[in-house]
Design a protein around this ligand. Sequence first.
Ligand code: UT7
Length: 326
Amino acid sequence: MVATGILGTGAALPEKVITNFDLEKMVDTSDKWITERTGIKERRQAAPNETTSTLSVKAAKKALEMAGIEPEQLDLIICSTISPDMPLPATASIIQRELGAGTCCAFDLAAACSGFLFGMTVVDQFVKTGKSKYALVIGAELLSRYLDYQDRSTCVIFGDGVAAGVMGPVNSSSGILASEVHTNGAFADHLYIPAGGTARPATCETVQAREHFIKMRGNELFKVAVRSLEEVSRRVMEQANVHAGDVDLFIPHQANQRITNAVCERLGLPAEKVYSNINRVGNTSSASIPICLDECVRSGRIKKGDLILMSAFGAGVTWGSVLMRW
Ligand code: UT7
């Protein structure tokens, strides 16, 4: 039985940096509040000519190069995004065309901040059954395009970024050991964009009412996030028969440093085993975990044989964990 592993990673961050001091000039906030309540100091913002697909192609090329795989060898492309280039077609189609990846299966997946782990879990099923050999999973978000820079409760948190992983069959002593993904639609209206879909198509009124921007009940989500992340992390460790003490590196979705700290305290994971880059990139939704992964792989923080736990929580609400041996 083969296992599914990550063969290469790549990331693409926009160059423009928005600091907390920049935000102080836009909304009633402060560097002190943002730092203490979220851990964020700065985030990236895409240039007007950059799109979800252009950054995805950059990240994908780096991941393919590291994996030593040609675009034509891909038989599956999943673009996890809630900020696509346009409503139709899927951003994955544009990425496939720009990469020259033939006519392989390519689709978008909308599971918000948990999307990369949802994508990895889908790929795992394709690879294990032999349906797919090499797959590209991308976490891609340009959330700045959906941020209301008059709403201090959201515009300070989110940032733009993209990262990709090439996945494929590996020796069964490595790769994905366990994964679990969940959705609870009861909280669907806790983090959403009210207009622009079939429920409220775009009109002059919806634009004037700022209904095309992200709305979030952050405080309520915070509690659900901590509980869900703890539970699902415990469950994948149980499935693989490992303990928190065995984990070499925990990569949580970078939602809020206080959420990460609370989850790690409950799981008994010491700070030196936890990766965080939220201070530099903010919350990049589905790009958050793969950006961390890419930084860890390229800096040597992840070594062959390491046990890696990744857990995410996001709009939907969605949550999940993937445990893998590198
Ligand atoms: O990505 C995955 C899905 N998202 C999440 O998991 C987000 C989870 N939630 C959070 O990260 C936090 O709830 C936030 C960072 C969004 C907010 O932090 P909080 O500690 O929960 O603050 P709060 O919403 O309870 O607000 C506390 C106070 C309020 O003022 P009053 O009513 O006490 O006077 C807010 O109006 O802080 C105020 N506030 C701000 N003040 C300065 C809210 N945003 C800001 C701000 N600057 N940017």
